[in-house]
Ligand binder design. Structure first.
Ligand code: GDP
Ligand code: MN
Length: 394
C-alpha cells in the first residue's frame, strides 16, 4: 500500500525525524485560508506547493512549485489542484491531483547538500538494505544508471541492525563531519525502526538535506507498506487513499479477490495463484494476452464467481473470459451453478470458455450442458486455452 508524502512525513515525525510539514488542501476554498495561515506565522517567506499523488518525479513534471508571495501561491495552488500530473511513474494518462500540500519552503540558499536515503528489502539477499547517496534530489534514477558507484548500499544485519562501522562508512560516503554523522545515525536508526515496526516495504527520503544551520531535514518522503502486514497496523490501513488506487482493484479487495489488472484481452477467473499463473502462461504461449490475474481462492462459491465476473467485465478490453477451476475442496457443481447464475444476471456479451476439473466435474459439465446459457465447455487446460484463442479470432 502506498500513502501520500504528507502522511509519510507525519510518520517520520512520530519517529523523531525532522521534515517539512504544511497544510493539506483538497478544495479551492481552502487554498486562501491555508496560504494566509502560513503567511501569518512569518513575514518574508517562500511558499512551496506540492501535488499529493501516489507517484514520484513530481518536481520535474510541474507538481512541485515555489511561490514568492501569498498571491502567487494561491494562483499556483489553484492551477495545480485538479490538473493531471504526468510523471515517469504515472503512465501516459497521468494522475488527477486531488490534494495539494502547501508549506513554507526551506530557503534554497540554506540548503547545503541534498542526499538520497532509503531502506528496503533486497530480495536477492533476503535482507534489508540501507541505500544512501550524496547525489540526492530529483536525478537519482540518472545517478543509478550512469554513476552507480555514487550509490552506497549496506546490508542490514537482521539481528544486530545498523552497526557503528556502517554508520562510519555512510558518514564517509556522504562526507559528513562528526556532528552531522551523529545526527545522520539517529535518522537512519529511526528510519529502520519505522520500517520494521510498521512493516514497510520501502522508506525513502529524497532529498534529505543538510542546511547551513547544520540540520538534517527531510524535504520529501515516501513510505510504502507490505499489504500482508496491514492487519497488524489498523492506524496505517486507515491512511489508504482509495481514490489513488485502481478502482477495480479496490472493488476486488472488498470481495477478498486477488485481482491484478493487466493489459490484454482475455479475462481469467482461476482458483489458486499457481493455477492462475499457469493459465496465464498458456494463454500467452498460444498467442493471447491475459487481461488480468484473478485468483478467486480456495473457497470459491456462487458469490465469488459472480463478483469475479463483474470485475472482469468492467474492463472494456476483455474479448473472451476463461474460467479455469480445479475442484479440490471446492465442488465444481457449485461453481457451475454460480456461472449459470452470473451469466444470466449479467447478460454477457463476450464468449465464456469454462474448464472445470476435479470434485464433481462430471455433474458440473452436465449442469452447464443442460442450462440455456451460452458457454463453451472445455476438457483439458490446453483445450480451454485453444478455444479461447479460437474465440479471439472469430
Ligand atoms: P519529487 O520530484 O516528486 O521527488 O518531489 P520533491 O518533494 O523531492 O521535490 C523536488 C525537489 O524540490 C527536491 O528534490 C528539492 O530539490 C526541491 N525541494 C523540495 N522541498 C523544498 C524546500 O522546502 N525548499 C527548497 N529550496 N527546495 C525544495
Ligand atoms: Mn523527491
Amino acid at each position: 500500500m502506498k500513502i501520500h508524502e504528507f502522511q509519510s512525513k507525519e510518520l517520520l515525525k512520530e519517529y523523531g525525524i525532522s521534515a517539512t510539514h504544511g497544510i493539506i488542501v483538497d478544495s479551492k476554498e481552502q487554498i486562501l485560508k491555508a496560504v494566509s495561515k502560513i503567511s501569518n506565522s512569518r513575514g518574508d517567506i517562500q511558499y512551496l506547493i506540492k501535488a499529493q499523488v501516489h507517484a514520484g518525479g513530481r518536481g520535474k513534471a510541474g507538481g512541485v512549485k515555489f511561490a514568492n508571495n501569498g498571491k502567487e501561491a494561491v494562483g499556483i495552488a489553484e492551477k495545480m489542484l485538479g490538473m493531471r500530473l504526468i510523471t515517469p511513474q504515472t503512465g501516459a494518462k497521468g494522475k488527477l491531483v486531488r490534494k495539494i500540500l502547501i508549506h513554507e519552503a526551506v530557503k534554497t540558499e540554506d540548503i547545503k547538500r541534498e542526499f538520497y536515503t532509503a531502506i528496503t528489502l533486497d530480495r536477492k539477499q533476503s535482507k534489508n538494505v540501507l541505500i544512501v547517496s550524496a547525489e540526492g534530489g530529483v536525478e537519482i534514477e540518472q545517478v543509478a544508471a550512469e554513476n552507480p558507484d555514487k550509490i552506497v548500499k549496506l546490508t542490514i544485519h537482521p539481528g544486530l541492525g545498523l552497526r557503528d562501522f556502517q554508520i562510519r562508512q555512510i558518514a564517509r560516503a556522504l562526507s559528513l563531519n562528526k556532528e552531522q554523522a551523529k545526527k545522520a545515525a539517529q535518522i537512519f536508526r529511526a528510519l529502520l525502526k519505522l520500517y520494521l515496526e510498521k512493516d514497510a516495504s520501502i522508506v525513502e527520503i529524497n532529498p534529505l538535506v543538510l542546511t547551513s544551520q547544520g540540520e538534517l531535514i527531510a524535504l520529501d518522503a515516501k513510505v510504502n507498506f507490505d499489504d500482508n502486514g496491514l492487519v497488524k497496523h489498523p492506524e496505517i490501513a486507515e491512511l489508504r487513499d482509495e481514490e489513488e488506487d485502481d478502482p477495480v482493484e479496490v472493488e476486488a479487495g472488498k470481495y477478498h479477490l486477488n485481482f491484478i489488472k493487466l493489459e490484454g484481452n482475455v479475462g481469467c477467473m482461476v482458483n489458486g495463484a499457481g493455477l492462475a499463473m499457469a493459465t496465464m502462461d498458456l494463454i500467452k504461449q498460444q498467442g493471447g494476452e491475459p487481461a488480468n490475474f484473478l485468483d478467486v481462492g480456495g473457497g470459491a462459491n456462487v458469490e465469488t464467481v459472480k463478483n469475479g465476473f463483474r470485475i472482469i467485465l468492467a474492463d472494456p478490453n476483455v474479448k473472451v473470459v476463461l474460467i479455469n477451476i480445479f475442484g479440490g475442496i471446492v465442488r465444481c457443481d457449485r461453481i457451475a451453478h454460480g456461472i449459470i447464475e452470473a451469466v444470466k444476471e449479467l447478460e454477457l456479451t463476450v464468449p465464456v470458455v469454462v474448464r472445470l476439473e476435479g470434485t464433481n466435474a462430471v455433474e458440473a459439465k452436465e449442469l452447464l450442458a443442460n442450462s440455456d446459457v451460452q458457454i463453451i465447455s472445455a476438457d483439458k487446460l490446453s483445450d480451454a486455452t485453444a478455444k479461447v484463442i479460437e474465440q479471439l479470432r472469430v
